[in-house]
Design a protein around this ligand. Sequence first.
Ligand code: FAD
Length: 261
Amino acid sequence: MIIEYHRPQTIEDALALLARTEPVTLPLAGGSALNRPSAEAVAAVDLQSLGLDTISKRANYLDLSAMLTLQTLLDFFHSSVADDHVLQEAFKKAIQHEATYNLRQVATVAGTIVSAGGRSPFTTAMLALDASIRIVSASRKAEAEEIGLGDLLPFRTEMLRGRLITKVTIPLNTTLAYEYVARTPADLPIVCAAVSRWSSGRTRVALGGFGSEPVLAFDGPESGGVEAAAISAYSQAQDEWASANYRKEIAGILALRCLEQ
Ligand SMILES: Cc1cc2nc3c(=O)[nH]c(=O)nc-3n(C[C@H](O)[C@H](O)[C@H](O)COP(=O)(O)OP(=O)(O)OC[C@H]3O[C@@H](n4cnc5c(N)ncnc54)[C@H](O)[C@@H]3O)c2cc1C
């Protein structure tokens, strides 16, 4: 339940509010998760007036402001970057798989990463891309800290207490492939794999479809061992949706299918 609503005009004001311990104070982005009925009393700090909704290309990187909606990002990839860019198709597929059109209008880049479970296609793709997260806090006088998504995901709740994600950066000098298995094409995945590959040969494999967050199965200077790493990463991935035996086998197949692309 939201018991207080604030709409600060500057990042400093937002951080001052978020630094409070009483009442529990959280950033409000699209609100699609935070607005859900909850027994917890929270104060909401609406980020919509902070200008955090830009997208910009910087050499081989794309800077995505935290409040950018998934649909704006999808439209950007539909229309721009480089028409021949190999990142495009798989990234668009993962964004579309994350949420329906209506929800994509509301859900933001940062809100989706913060609230993602293991079955989040977008977060799986971002993990394969080695996305970098920019975080600011009042105690560091709004001085930014950069952290890899893989280091943030398992510790999101603690690491983001009183802090704000302002930007998420992804590389553009890599290829991306995304494949999944789900009960229906529109369902969230039972297993999904995202593989990014740099021209140097560096290869990263992220798996989703299970647990509290997507996991990094492989990050190496070349792609040898990708299948075994994917199988191993999901060897205990058992829940009500699928057995571990099924998941590990599919994880290996999807990782290889991504590599072939
Ligand atoms: C109808 C519906 C169906 C859905 N189905 C699914 C589903 O099947 N699977 C699934 O995983 N999710 C599902 N969701 C959740 C959805 O993916 C998330 O609600 C959405 O992506 C969150 O984005 P948001 O911008 O709305 O975040 P918000 O709701 O605004 O925030 C989400 C969390 O992120 C924090 N946060 C937001 N921005 C920042 C920031 N800049 N810095 C630090 N913390 C921040 C908030 O404090 C909050 O804790 C569904 C939601 C709806 C409404």
